[in-house]
Each structure stands twice: as structure tokens, then as C-alpha cells.
Design a protein around this ligand. Structure first.
Ligand code: HEM
Length: 425
């Protein structure tokens, strides 16, 4: 019997969902369906080489949420949601239901009682398009936006719990933000090696959330543009350059602790083990870039296009000699040595959303950066880049959001957001 087959067996008890509710049914069925053939790897922050195995499952539980230090998967579906209820109990129940669904989907199992075999008069619990597909290293990572605290602080009893580090991002020079592609009360980042698995996950969470949350915007991504696995070949972005050469490795626990995970001394307590995510939809002026000389392209980044070596050096992983680069080169400006040591974990994806009606590709980089405190990470770094980066001639930031990423779900009884919504820390 395969993992997906388990839904057929369990779905023979049609009244179960009604009796147990989402969370209860999920727990019972999760236990029943355990023991599949899926190769489990450890969760975020503690990387197992098996996690890079094609088709494997990434462990959902852990001190940190998976999808941050996890080796970067090939595909992304990122969704930002707005809350549509003021009912705290209903919202908390949705978070519990989401957790149970995420637990199952990341293990390659269908949601609830599955996609078929249940009562004919009700829509199936699972939408079905991931049946028969492998877990594909699916990770689901949840975050809470500043507007959740602003708009629902009182209704949800989380007034005063907004972390000081969850600031509203300032306007940077050159920003041309579309509000319909910015902000959000909460987010879910779905990463997987199979796009259908990532899309299925977001679709099913949105479906479970109906009446409590609605998708505000979402972004599909492909061709990861950063690597958290040093030994893997560095991927290239849509400008044709290797991207992610110098990044925090998922195995580098010391740098993750220093730059990515919120420490218990940072506060608030509910964020310990969490992180902060800045998402930016950065459009590339591809047509202009493609008419730019190779020399100019390499000057813009401060690295060579072929090997990705820093200007003046021979190999990709050679230590950059910043003074050999133009003063406005992207790498020179973004390097920690030019910024008092600022270091972020980049986990972005390329996107191409067709054309813009003027015959230009709507393509670019969906930039995702994780850090311990955005006031000491993305914000000062982007201030510098927005003011001086030679790359600015070829890009435009058109979407923006920031989220507090709570710590990991500890075990089968824990749920997304528990540290924020329950009194127990
Ligand atoms: C479309 C926009 C962008 C493109 C195409 C791009 C591309 C690149 C490339 C090709 C590299 C060199 C390879 C590497 O070390 O990864 C790089 C490095 C880097 N980028 Fe970007 N980047 C973009 C936006 C940003 C933004 C918005 C930030 C932060 C605010 C950023 C921060 C960095 C950092 C920290 C490095 C590593 C510098 C080092 O340590 O040497 N990038 N980027």
C-alpha cells in the first residue's frame, strides 16, 4: 500500500470528519497512515544530506521551522493571506487545522480523509492533484505580518505581542511597490522539488482557511537563486549569473545561530527559535540587460559570468577582493565587510509571469531573506544598495512584505502559532 492509498482505506468511515473535526481526524489518520516508504530527513537548522534526495520528505517537526536552513528546493509557491474573521477561536482552530494538514502533506499524505472515497454529498478533504506524487521535499513555513497585530491585536488577544523587530519596512529609493503584491497578515512559503506539490499545498491550506483567511497575493518561483548547500552547484539567476555563492550554509549552525535564529535574549519569548522574513518581488529589466555588454554585466556584479569568480580572482569560491571591483558593484556593496558584518540568509527564486502588455517579460527575482533582526539585516543593507548599487539600472522592487516566522512545531501535539496564541510559552 502506498502513502496515498491510505486515504482510500481511512475514507471508509464517512462520519469521522464530522465527529472529530479537522484536527482530531487528522491526528487519528496521521497515526494510521504512518510508516510509509518515505525517507525522512531532519528539520530546518539541522541539515541531513538525505534531505537533498529527490522525492524524500523533510521532517516537519523541530526547534526551527523547515524551509529556512533546509537545502533549497527547486520550486516555490509563496502565499500572503489576509484575515477575514475577528473570531479568535475560529482563527486558532484554523491554525491547528493548517498544522495538521501541513504535517500530512509534507509527509506525502493527502489532507484529512483524502481526495476520494468519502461521502458523495460533500467535497473531498483533499483536492487530489498530488495523489501519487512523492513528498518532493515539501516544506511549509508560516509567518505573521505586522498588520495581523495592528488589525487583530485586540480581537485575537495578541495586543502588545508584536515583536519590536517586526517593523514596517521603510520606503527605499527606487521602490515602485504595488500594494496588491505587498504586505499580508500571514504568509505560507511552500517549497518543493515538484511544482504541483507546492501548488497543491497552498491550494489546500487556502481551502481549509476559507471564511477565516483569503489569499491577498501569491508568487510562483522556479530555478532557486540561492544555495544553502555549499557542495552543490550554485544556481544561476535570470541575468545569467551564479547566485548564492556566498550565503549561510544550512549546515553552519554557528552562523545560523548568530544571524538567523531569534535568541531567547532577543525577545519576545514567543519568537525564540524563530526568524524574520523579508520578501521582495524584484522585477528585472531583462530586455535592457540583454543589450548590455558582458564587461558592463560583470562590472555590475563584481563577478565573472562564466565561473562566478570575484573580479581579479580565479575561482568561484575565492575570497572576494572588494577593491578590485567597481565602487558600485553589487557584491562589493552587499558584502559583510562593507556593512559592518551584516549577514542574511538568502533563499530566493526566479519568476516569469508572462509579459506585461507592453511586450516585456514580467520576470525577475522573488527575493527571500531570513534574518534574526531585519533592523540589523535587510533594512540597512537595502538602504545602501538602493542608494548606490549599479544593479538598480536593471531592476525595480515592485512587491514587499515582512513576516515574523515563529519557531518550529515541536511534536505531533504542537501547532503553528501556539507560542503566540497560547499562554503556555
Ligand atoms: C534582482 C536583484 C538581485 C540580483 C539579480 C542579485 C544577484 C546577486 C549575485 C549574482 C550575487 C553574487 C553571488 C553570491 O554571492 O550570491 C549576489 C550577492 C549578494 N547579494 Fe544580491 N542580488 C539581488 C538583490 C539583492 C538584494 C535586494 C540584497 C539585499 C538587500 C542582496 C544581497 C546580496 C548579498 C548579501 C550578497 C553576497 C555578498 C557577499 O557576501 O559577497 N541582493 N547577488
Amino acid at each position: 500500500m502506498t502513502d496515498t492509498d491510505s486515504s482510500t482505506t481511512t475514507a471508509k468511515a464517512p462520519t469521522r470528519r464530522a465527529l472529530l473535526g479537522w484536527g482530531g481526524a487528522g491526528l487519528a489518520l496521521g497515526a494510521a497512515a504512518a510508516g510509509g516508504t518515505v525517507a525522512m530527513s531532519r528539520a530546518g537548522g539541522d541539515v541531513d544530506p538525505a534531505a537533498a534526495e529527490s522525492g524524500a520528505a523533510v521532517e516537519f517537526h523541530g526547534a526551527h521551522q523547515a524551509g529556512i536552513a533546509t537545502p533549497v528546493q527547486d520550486r516555490l509557491h509563496f502565499a500572503s493571506f489576509d484575515v477575514t474573521t475577528r473570531d479568535r477561536a475560529a482563527f486558532v482552530q484554523m491554525l491547528k487545522d493548517w498544522t495538521e494538514a501541513a504535517r500530512r502533506m509534507t509527509a506525502g499524505k493527502p489532507v484529512g480523509e483524502g481526495a476520494y472515497g468519502g461521502p458523495a454529498e460533500a467535497p473531498p478533504d483533499d483536492t487530489g492533484e498530488a495523489l501519487g506524487l512523492k513528498p518532493s521535499r515539501l516544506t511549509l513555513t508560516i509567518g505573521f505580518g505586522p498588520s495581523l497585530f495592528e488589525k487583530y491585536g485586540e480581537a485575537f488577544g495578541i495586543e502588545g505581542k508584536r515583536p519590536a523587530a517586526l517593523v514596517d519596512l521603510p520606503k527605499f529609493p527606487g521602490d515602485n511597490l504595488d500594494k496588491n503584491r505587498s504586505g499580508g497578515d500571514l504568509c505560507v512559503q511552500a517549497c518543493a522539488d515538484d511544482p504541483q506539490v507546492a501548488v497543491h499545498a497552498i491550494r489546500n491550506l487556502a481551502r481549509i482557511g476559507f471564511g477565516k483567511v483569503a489569499i491577498r497575493w501569491s508568487q510562483l518561483g522556479f530555478g532557486k537563486t540561492s544555495s544553502t548547500t555549499p557542495e552543490a552547484q550554485t544556481p544561476r539567476n535570470l541575468m545569467g549569473f551564479k547566485d548564492g555563492t556566498r550565503n549561510i550554509a544550512g549546515t553552519d549552525t554557528a552562523r545560523l545561530k548568530k544571524f538567523v535564529w531569534v535568541d531567547d535574549k532577543d525577545g519576545p519569548a514567543w519568537m525564540t527559535g524563530g526568524s524574520y522574513l523579508v520578501a521582495r518581488r524584484i522585477r528585472m529589466n531583462i530586455e535592457t540587460w540583454d543589450r548590455t555588454s558582458l564587461q558592463e554585466q560583470e562590472d555590475v556584479f563584481g563577478r565573472t559570468k562564466g565561473t562566478g569568480a570575484p573580479i581579479g580572482k580565479a575561482h568561484e569560491h575565492d575570497e572576494p577582493f572588494l577593491k578590485a571591483m567597481k565602487p558600485d558593484a553589487h557584491v562589493r556593496l552587499a558584502h559583510p565587510d562593507s556593512n559592518g558584518g551584516i549577514t542574511i540568509l538568502r533563499r530566493g527564486y526566479s519568476f516569469t509571469d508572462g509579459t506585461d502588455g507592453l511586450g516585456r517579460l514580467d520576470a525577475g527575482l522573488f527575493f527571500l531573506a531570513y534574518q534574526r533582526d531585519p533592523r540589523k539585516g535587510f533594512i540597512p543593507l537595502q538602504r545602501r544598495l538602493a542608494a548606490h548599487d549599479a544593479l538598480n539600472e536593471y531592476i525595480q522592487h515592485v512587491g514587499s512584505a515582512i513576516f515574523a516566522i515563529p519557531p518550529g512545531v515541536r511534536d505531533a501535539r504542537d501547532w503553528w502559532g501556539r507560542t503566540l496564541f497560547s499562554e503556555e510559552a
